[in-house]
Write a protein that binds this ligand. Structure first.
Ligand code: HEM
Length: 388
């Protein structure tokens, strides 16, 4: 175990709102061992930015980790050349060029079709009725699993991210994760002959064309589903909520003084959908006066790095005029989000402009908004009054 000072947390309080404890840690113990999480947490932006690039120490290769065991060995759990080989095979499906040439028109069609289904004057849950189906439809296009429904895509994604964060080992959570991976394997099996006969730019298409072993194809498609549904869904609903809660800032966007992309990037800094990423210590190491032992688990707290006062003024405030260049919402090293270009297009080029353009009136409803999580954080619902 590391020699980091020990800090105790109340898991329920931390889930409800991790930021006060993370601020305390940044001030008193930026590297702290938290027994309730069985890990040593790095909470300062500088330590995270430096460490994530030191892959010979902070390794993504975690043979005994939950992700490997439950979802197969994907590129996010590999280091060095082994990682780069799979990333090179994966990237053509989500590169900025492919997003522009192939996906953005499909994203737009998904958004328009889903908005058409919302009654002109209604009280809706924008998370359930727009953000969830829209993210699911976009991810079906990107992965090539167009033979499933958006609800399955969402349930499978949720099942896997709960499974890989199930540090308490709850059997029901693990069973849901297994059901998700079995469902995805069946959907892939169903699409294989189609994609082999008609290769395309979808993830299944490009991974098959790359000659990647089928077990790695399955593992990396599961990775895209685990990381590509929840985060956009939370970011769309979250940015809408943040703008409706800060009408002066929504005005700046409506007047074109600030872009939808700036609004999304600031939301992702303020409440990072992925708040943590784990690493395994690959060799004895020290950061300042803290020593780490081989094979111990470390959590890189992206959500804290994005509220680090040494890099962000009024870090706890949502401010669309802020410079977010230092945000690590998409990561800070070789595992930088492969889906970043697709996400920015889905959220800032399509979802936000479409929602605010098509809704003549969009207001928060009286029912309270629920928000939670520290490893994965965001809204659970978004009740609004909608009129178009
Ligand atoms: C708002 C949306 C999103 C956010 C905030 C987000 C955030 C992140 C973060 C923080 C990482 C890095 C983790 C690390 O360093 O350990 C990551 C990696 C990754 N993301 Fe995303 N993500 C988003 C959307 C997506 C989408 C839509 C896809 C798929 C199409 C995707 C696919 C991936 C993959 C494959 C990786 C692993 C990359 C690698 O290991 O080389 N993400 N994401």
């Amino acid at each position: 175990m590391s020699t980091a000072p020990r800090i105790d947390i109340d898991p329920a309080v931390f889930w409800a709102d991790p930021y006060p404890m993370l601020a305390k840690m940044r001030k008193e113990a930026p590297i702290a061992f938290v027994p309730q999480l069985g890990s040593t947490l790095l909470v300062s932006r500088d330590d995270i930015s430096i460490s994530e690039k030191q892959i010979d120490v902070f390794s993504s290769h975690q043979p005994a980790g939950l992700m490997n065991r439950l979802m197969g060995h994907n590129m996010m759990r590999k280091d060095g050349e082994a990682h780069q080989i799979e990333r090179r095979a994966f990237f053509p499906a989500v590169s900025p060029k492919t997003v522009k040439a192939h996906w953005i028109a499909q994203f737009q069609a998904h958004a328009d079709r889903i908005i058409d289904t919302i009654a002109p004057e209604s009280r809706i849950d924008l998370m359930r009725d727009f953000a969830l189906p829209f993210s699911g439809e976009c991810l079906k296009s990107i992965t090539g699993l167009t033979n499933i429904g958006f609800a399955e895509m969402d349930a499978w994604s949720q099942g896997m991210i709960e499974g890989i964060a199930n540090y308490g080992g709850e059997p029901a959570v693990e069973a849901r994760c297994h059901a998700a991976t079995v469902g995805i394997d069946a959907a892939i099996d169903d699409m294989l002959p189609v994609r082999q006969k008609h290769p395309d730019m979808s993830l299944l298409g490009v991974l098959l064309s790359s000659g990647m072993a089928i077990e790695s194809v399955r593992a990396n498609i599961k990775l895209a589903i685990s990381g590509g549904q929840n985060e956009p869904r939370k970011a769309i609903a979250g940015t809408v909520w943040a703008l409706l809660s800060h009408p002066d800032q929504l005005d700046l966007v409506r007047k074109g003084e600030v872009t939808w992309l700036q609004a999304f990037e600031e939301y992702a800094r303020w409440i990072s959908p992925i708040g943590m990423s784990p690493r395994r210590i690959a060799k004895p190491w020290s950061i300042r006066d803290v020593s780490f032992e081989t094979d111990e688990r470390v959590f890189l707290m992206f959500g804290s790095a994005n509220r680090d006062e040494t890099h962000f003024e009024r870090a706890d405030a949502f401010d669309v005029t802020r410079d977010t260049a230092k945000s690590v919402a998409f990561g800070a090293g070789p595992h930088f989000c492969a889906g970043a270009a697709a996400s920015r297009a889905m959220i800032a080029d399509v979802a936000l402009p479409a929602l605010f353009a098509r809704a003549g009136q969009l207001e928060l409803d009286d029912e309270p908004v629920r928000i939670g999580g520290w490893a994965f954080r965001g809204l659970l619902n978004l009740p609004v009054r909608w009129q178009r």
